[in-house]
Design a protein around this ligand. Sequence first.
Ligand code: PMV
Length: 323
Amino acid sequence: MSSATALAHPNIALIKYWGNRDEALRLPVNGSLSMNLAGLETRTTVTWGQSETDRLTINGIEVQGASLKRVSDFLDLVRQMAGLQERAMVESQNNFPVGTGIASSASAFAALALAATAAAGLELEPAALSRLARRGSGSACRSVPDGFVEWLPGSGDDDSFAISIAPPEHWPLVDVIVIFSSKHKETGSTEGHRLAATSPLQAARIADAPRRLEICRRAILQRDFSAFAEVVELDSTMMHAVMMTSTPPLFYWQPATLEVLNLVRQARAQGTAACATVDAGPNVHIICEESAAKTVLQLLSGLSEIQEVRLTHVGRGARLISS
Ligand code: PMV
């Protein structure tokens, strides 16, 4: 029996991934940029040969059905790479509450890719590890490298992986995550990616992606907050425009989402270095300079729909914590 434990953070996309050109391989229609979120983490231990079938626990509770199948399919890839027949016990712990709408699949598959390969005796190069994590969940490939990360869409499986463009300490941004109580079950991203192509706006979003990536990459490297803020908000709105105009349409925003987006825009007009972005759910990520975090928290204090606020910093990539 061999075992390894890995830790990974979720990431927030600054330039978003929405839509695959190859669903099975999770090859994206456009490149994307993100930052890892220190403070939120998934710790996963994989032990090969401990059980007769693949088994999965999340926060101590045994999970079956579609989630187990997705993990088991992923483990098949690792078995293939390592020439292994054994089944695995996967024990995963999140330090952020599941079901609050913070996407956990990125940190989950980044940690799983590293723990499963290390426990199987494989030592993958960073690019190979990122490629493998991508097969579990596209955005998971971005949780493998450190800090600010770009996913190069590539021409195929071999060259579609993520790289670090700057370490966490390059720019100490803060992500204030505003979590609303969500009353309805949302459409997950796997299904959402399928619908992206049905929107007549998707072609325009894809065609303009290299320009937004270039602006965002440069803004990060030069720590130019005002250029960063504009392109991050534009990109998020463009993705939601595609979602809202898909067939069937996906409306992730709730009234409170728009309320916070407006508050952030007004605060920025008055000199607060903050901008906002929204993933496949109603929660808002307010990304700000450290000096603006206090003002941002004050902005939120009067809003009753908020369930929780999480303050996170730019984080490192996936790493082994024992093997
Ligand atoms: O990796 P997935 O399939 O969960 O897709 C992520 C989709 C978004 O979070 C909405 C955007 C992104 O780039 O992370």
